[in-house]
Design a protein around this ligand. Structure first.
Ligand code: ATP
Ligand code: MG
Length: 180
């Protein structure tokens, strides 16, 4: 499984629709300080359902929407789509390509889509359980995260191992069942 492409519109510093195509293997994104490299990983996290503004490096939700510059008007909404190659069938959905989309309006209204079909955050969360990409996933390691993992209390580090071992899904289902 890999990301085939990413489309970012109105998210943080991405004013116009920007499409980034990825190949299998390693991609390095380079550029001067402040040009928006980290905003790309923020966009990926956000589209996958990240709820923590701290992790997204924003003080409030609206900071996720392009704020405008002297020359460009601000945007009314932010939208990010990620296309995953699912030919290996890792994601439990019967499609070779899975496109996850998240949209946020200035009013605070937020929407999720899986292959253009409206869905809930919960649906996105469930698709990525055990893939390492989910809520407690480890596939995006930001600056400082390595130190955090090393210095974490055993019980916190345990969560990462649970996700890697594929236990998270069962714990999640157990909690869901108990709630009903
Ligand atoms: P570094 O090399 O220092 O890590 P970077 O390439 O990772 O830099 P980012 O942190 O991705 O840079 O981008 C920061 C830029 O994004 C800043 O210039 C900031 O003004 C801009 N930015 C963040 N949020 C918004 C927003 N809502 N609207 C417009 N610009 C924004
Ligand atoms: Mg950065």
């Amino acid at each position: 499984m890999y990301i085939k492409w990413l489309e970012i519109y109105g998210f943080k510093s991405f004013c116009e629709k920007t499409r980034i195509e990825f190949q299998k293997g390693i991609t390095a994104i380079v550029g001067p300080n402040g040009c928006g490299k980290s905003n790309i990983t923020d966009a990926i996290r956000w589209a996958l359902g990240e709820q923590s503004l701290k992790i997204l490096r924003a003080a409030k939700q609206e900071d996720l929407i392009f704020a405008g510059t002297e020359k460009r008007r601000s945007q009314g909404f932010a939208e990010v789509s990620i296309c995953f190659d699912n030919s290996s069938g890792i994601l439990p959905i019967d499609y070779q390509e899975v496109v996850i989309t998240r949209r946020l309006f200035r009013s605070g209204e937020s929407e999720f889509f899986i292959n253009k079909i409206p869905c809930r955050l919960k649906d996105v969360y469930e698709i990525f359980l055990d893939s390492g990409l989910g809520k407690d996933g480890y596939s995006i390691i930001s600056q400082g995260r390595v130190d955090e993992i090393i210095n974490a209390k055993p019980v916190e580090r345990y969560r990462i191992f649970e996700e890697a071992c594929g236990i998270t899904k069962y714990k999640y289902r157990k909690e869901e069942t108990e709630r009903k």
